[in-house]
Design a protein around this ligand. Sequence first.
Ligand code: HEC
Ligand code: HEC
Ligand code: HEC
Ligand code: HEC
Ligand code: HEC
Length: 494
Amino acid sequence: MNIASIQDILVRRQTAFGIGVMVGFLMVGCVSELTLVPDPTDQTDGADGTDGTEPGDSTDPTFLADPTAKFDPLSRPESPTLSPENFNSAKDCAGCHPTYVAEWENSMHAYATVDPVWRVLVDIRKAEFDGAQDQMCVQCHTAIGTRGGEVVPGFSWDDLSEISLEGVTCEACHKVSGMRRIYNSGHELDETGPLRGTIEDPVANSYHESEYSELFGQAKFCGGCHDIIDMARGLQLERPYEEFLASPAAKEGRNCQTCHMPTYTGKAAIIDGVPERTLHRHRFIGAEVALDESFTSDPEVRAMLREEVDNLLRTAAEITVEAAESVQAGQQLDLLVTVRNLIDAHNLPTGSTFLRQCWVAITVTDAEGNILYQTGHLDEDGDLRNYWSSADQFGDADLIEFGSRFIDETGNPTLFPWLAAEHISSALSPLYERTFTLFVPTTPDTVGPITIDAAVRFRPLPPFLLRALGAGALVENLVITNMDEATRTVEVTP
Ligand code: HEC
Ligand code: HEC
Ligand code: HEC
Ligand code: HEC
Ligand code: HEC
């Protein structure tokens, strides 16, 4: 890990305030353009009437009493509230549930505590808060380790047991017995209880008790970890569940599982007497494949996951370009570019929007191949030409990005939520579209027809960030996906 190089970036970008000064600001109060807690009166229900925020679900007075508290009785306890030895490894499930284990072990859930990008960021935050926030970033990535006394102020990675290193492992989910709030690791864990799921009449087995729980078929089960509020600043970091509550998908009774755990027919366990049922995929396909190749080293599995991620990403967005049929040589050509979020369940992008890159790339060429106009093209380091570009800062005045950014007290962008006063989002709401006008110059010599190639592109992490985190070796594993493309030609008249 490389705090020095990160500080380089911060110092380079923020001349007015050093890091020490910024940390001094942290306790002063929460300046956020978003509200601190979900509206407890928001009872928006899914069509089945069970998926909404019920009273008590998302507000926890104890928890909110002191937002800067070092500990939280549920998810960041001062002393252990469970024993990691009571949780079984995914390896123990393979004998009867081989398909689940094979799917899960290459998922981002299994990657959650070995993810090198996450680890560097956690180390930086630990250093910034000098021990006061060490559990914050680990409480969801391994609830077992954080509640089990392994992740305490001053912990080291060597303190994590095998089960904690499995991250969001089978029993981190299947021992969930209830929810106290729908954010910040809001689940209750029943360490010696049965394994719960949505099979109503599970066949008995010699290894574990089974129990039906409707919670596993609901979006709020996912929201308990996927919605994140940074209590140190009161900033809403990630709110896919909140976005979902107001979405068309929620009104139609669909949920996160519909798209991220698609169904198939099969046997849940390979032992006698188990019937065929409608089951759920456990690959948890989202926006990326683990960047660290050693995590999923089988090239066939990587290629399969890559294809599934790309296929999902291609369902997410639509780009259209409108322009006149012809332009007079030497005149300006106006382009109307519209990007629409086709996901009816959450924003595009969602989740870690401050890390993700989702942008519009357009190249306009004349008949001789001369480039008349470009936006969304990369600089020599592979970065977008925005604030963070070293090679060509602000070199792309028209750059259209969907995502979010943190702004500090001085009004400058910052990479870290704990230095931020505001979290500003330009993500597209479910099924919303936004139109931009771009101007393409031509010259009296421009030879038609003109070709406009447009795409809306996605990349999970920016190269500059990986390099700054000392993880530059991962840059070559980054993949850019064209979520949608559009082409148009325009004639040139003399
Ligand atoms: C409330 C639970 C929760 C907390 C608290 C949390 N995370 Fe996460 N983290 C998640 C979830 C869920 C995702 C997946 C979101 C996505 O992919 O969009 C994630 C994804 C990430 C990723 C992206 C990994 C990758 O390879 O792309 C990083 C990095 C990360 N978290 C770092 C942190 C840091 C740093 C903190 C502390 C400031 C933190 N997390 C606190 C739940 C949490
Ligand atoms: C000895 C075989 C065996 C082992 C080992 C085993 N299971 Fe199961 N499990 C079963 C059977 C059989 C069912 C019922 C399947 C059915 O009825 O379709 C089941 C059902 C489940 C269910 C669904 C419960 C419900 O009602 O929806 C979950 C969740 C589950 N197992 C998780 C696990 C996990 C996690 C592990 C490893 C820690 C594990 N199992 C180990 C045999 C086993
Ligand atoms: C116990 C906490 C927890 C629960 C419950 C949970 N997740 Fe996650 N999820 C995470 C974390 C942490 C990550 C990110 C791991 C990383 O990248 O380091 C993640 C990552 C993901 C990703 C991958 C995102 C990407 O960038 O590709 C998807 C998809 C996902 N989760 C879907 C779900 C769904 C659907 C549910 C509900 C059925 C769910 N999760 C429940 C913690 C959780
Ligand atoms: C209609 C299908 C659909 C439903 C329902 C859905 N998603 Fe997604 N999700 C997608 C698509 C498509 C993407 C890829 C585009 C993106 O990253 O936003 C995605 C991406 C994600 C990511 C990765 C985002 C990133 O860029 O890091 C997370 C995390 C996620 N979804 C969580 C959820 C959660 C939590 C729910 C339920 C509250 C949910 N999704 C419901 C379709 C869906
Ligand atoms: C992120 C949370 C999460 C993790 C991790 C997870 N599961 Fe599940 N699992 C679910 C949810 C949610 C369902 C129910 C989905 C639904 O009904 O919509 C489910 C369903 C099941 C079922 C019931 C049959 C089915 O397919 O619906 C079994 C069996 C099961 N999981 C076993 C496992 C095993 C074994 C592991 C580890 C290898 C595992 N799960 C990891 C969330 C998880």
